[in-house]
Design a protein around this ligand. Sequence first.
Ligand SMILES: C[S@@+](CC[C@H](N)C(=O)[O-])C[C@H]1O[C@@H](n2cnc3c(N)ncnc32)[C@H](O)[C@@H]1O
Length: 393
Amino acid sequence: MGEAGRGANYEATEGGLLELAEPGVVYTRLWAVELVLDLAGYSPDSNLVDSVAVEPSCGDGEFLEAMVRRLSASCERQGRPLRDCESSLLAFDLSSEAVEKSRGRVEAVLAACGWGEEESRHMAQRWVRRADFLLDPELDMASLGGGVDFVVGNPPYVRLEFADHPVMEMYRKRYETMAGRADLYVGFYERALSMLSPGGVCAFICADRWMLNQYGSRLRKLITSGGYSVEAVVEMHRADPFHSEVLAYPAITSIRRAEKQGRVLVAKVDLASQGILSELRGAARSIRLGESPGDDGTLSGGKHVVVDEWFSGSDPWPSASPERLKLLKKLEAEFPTLEDKATGTKVGIGVATGSDKVFLTKDASLVEKERLLPMAMAKDTMIGSLEWGGRIS
Ligand SMILES: C[S@@+](CC[C@H](N)C(=O)[O-])C[C@H]1O[C@@H](n2cnc3c(N)ncnc32)[C@H](O)[C@@H]1O
């Protein structure tokens, strides 16, 4: 995770105010980068040359390197010249240092893949730009035509002390999901999702707090209100996917522009073993192809399940273990909720009678029968089925 905003100063550019982040950046490890690309389906077996992929905040180019390798392999496999890839890739960063490093890296990868020096340099210049992903007008849907097919990366976050920064205010005005104290990465999600072509996918490795907390509620609602399908959520709190330690709770999410929500791969990776990574690749591929993914998997270092439905509205996306989430989804699908009108049940944290000794009893003969309501307490539900203790109020 990176921190934009530290020691910030400003520069007027054509695109508006550019914040010169001094990026106290944390870059993504290669295995995590490859997993994000695999979950998104950014594969050399597909025609990546005629698709458009965006890396919104490329840093030193951890994602770019893997993307360029895959793009080059796809181009070569089709026997096409590198110049056909001019519009296949677009990467941004605010930091000119990061942009230079990324360009150098792209050039080196292309050269190592056997492309000529001059064309490699040309592509690196063309693909990697210094610009603000949240403000660059080139990324407005009107300029993009049909939209882009992939947005992949590790968006930046901003430390709490910069939450009231004027640039953050500017982003908030522009991105409706950046409510309250929403972090920068929420805006990255909104912009990335808005620029997807039909069937396009946004796959980020990012702090997962927005899935649960209040400031993520508008983003959750945007995603679940139609037009997108959450395809994969991979929790990696203990997996160490970055080159340095960070305090965030990282997860990979893969979200596709789609007419309706499909099946979802929910996984937890504690240790990145080849076994679990290839299981996740296989399950994600089946979901993408609309095939029935095999059994849920449990390997040392991780586990995954596939659920048929996702959450709705701005409901939190609980980070329960994959098995618990699967059970929750099954219960939701098969039973009405307790507060469903037909059951007439009310759920509360207490009855707030003011005097439980007077209002709670087990003696059904104390008052008129029609005045009594049966009441189950938390302890009546401990064994997995209701064992009513006979209390009435
Ligand atoms: C977490 S790093 C990610 C680097 C790379 N994608 C990776 O995973 O290794 C975040 C990067 O975002 C850049 N950044 C911050 N705000 C940005 C903005 N508004 N537009 C584009 N890049 C930005 C920072 O300069 C930093 O390099």
